[in-house]
Design a protein around this ligand. Structure first.
Ligand SMILES: N[C@@H](CCC[C@H](N)C(=O)O)C(=O)O
Length: 269
């Protein structure tokens, strides 16, 4: 039997996902729907699908599927969008919201102005720092990357000039290196100032996106461990900036930025 699912298309720094409140509209094949709905011509068009659900251990839960249907452990931009969604839909009155994810519970601090959520800070937890200067080969070039996990895997590569790397051709090669059996997200980063960087991302399972929240956090952490940036850094991506702070005392990474509601609709399944 065909049913209609209500969705909201949102973006955080241009990283766009389709959001479904599964407490009202349960979904049992998110992998297939993420592939179909993410397509720009025959679907809604997005970087993937995000399910907002109930939780026994937090205020809400998040499940994130990439455009290729693979499920990820965490999504920084989606966590901010969920903060905006749940408050503005009247699902909570709190300005501090907890979110259960596959990489643990994240705390969202909402800035509310005239009943609108204008900014969200997410406690992204502690990063796991892997190899600091790992040499990898892709497309005949050698790159030096820093391996960081923010719940999901990232390879952060510093370059002198952003146009030095052809992200579309080298991104998929680096994503699928045998060294990364679970694949990896890839960030190319140019340091502009000690507290400002330019970053472009190739996302595991979605390709080039306008921004990646966990990628921005991984970038900021890599900048510190490589001695290139300060602990608080503005990360400027194709879709806009995020402010990332790796707090020295707690060891946690805090991500601050906005979230935008683009449109809502119903789609038949
Ligand atoms: N865009 C996201 C991360 C989404 C998941 C990622 N592609 C993965 O597979 O790990 C973000 O904002 O963090």
């Amino acid at each position: 039997m065909t049913k209609s699912i209500r969705f909201t298309k949102m973006h955080g720094a241009g990283n766009d996902y389709i959001y479904v409140n599964t407490m009202a509209y349960p979904i049992d094949n998110p992998e297939e729907l993420s592939i179909a709905w993410s397509k720009p011509h025959t679907g809604i068009g997005s970087d993937g699908l995000v399910l907002i659900g109930s939780s026994d251990i937090a205020d809400f839960s998040m499940h994130i599927y990439n455009a290729d249907g693979s499920e990820a452990m965490m999504c920084g931009n989606a966590s901010r969008c969920i903060g905006k969604y749940v408050y503005e839909a009247g699902l909570t009155q709190k300005n501090k919201v907890t979110l259960e994810t596959l990489s643990g519970i994240k705390e969202l601090q909402l800035k509310i102005e005239r009943e609108e959520v204008t900014e969200i800070t997410v406690d992204m937890g502690m990063p796991a720092v892997g190899e600091i200067a790992l040499e990898v080969e892709a497309g005949g070039e050698i790159y030096t990357g820093t391996v960081i996990s923010m719940g999901n895997p990232h390879l952060v590569i510093f370059v002198d000039e952003m146009d030095q790397a052809d992200l579309a051709s080298v991104g998929p090669l680096l994503e699928c290196l045998p060294l990364f059996p679970d694949r990896t997200n890839v960030e190319f980063v140019q340091v502009l100032k000690p507290d400002e960087v330019r970053m472009r991302v190739w996302e595991r399972g979605s390709g080039i996106t306008q921004a990646c929240g966990t990628g921005a956090c991984a970038t900021a952490v890599a900048g510190v461990v490589r001695g290139k940036t300060k602990r608080k850094t503005k990360v400027i991506m194709d879709g806009g900036p995020l402010t990332i702070e790796w707090d020295e005392r707690s060891g946690k990474v805090f991500m601050t930025g906005g979230a935008v509601n683009v449109f809502e609709g119903f789609i038949k399944v």
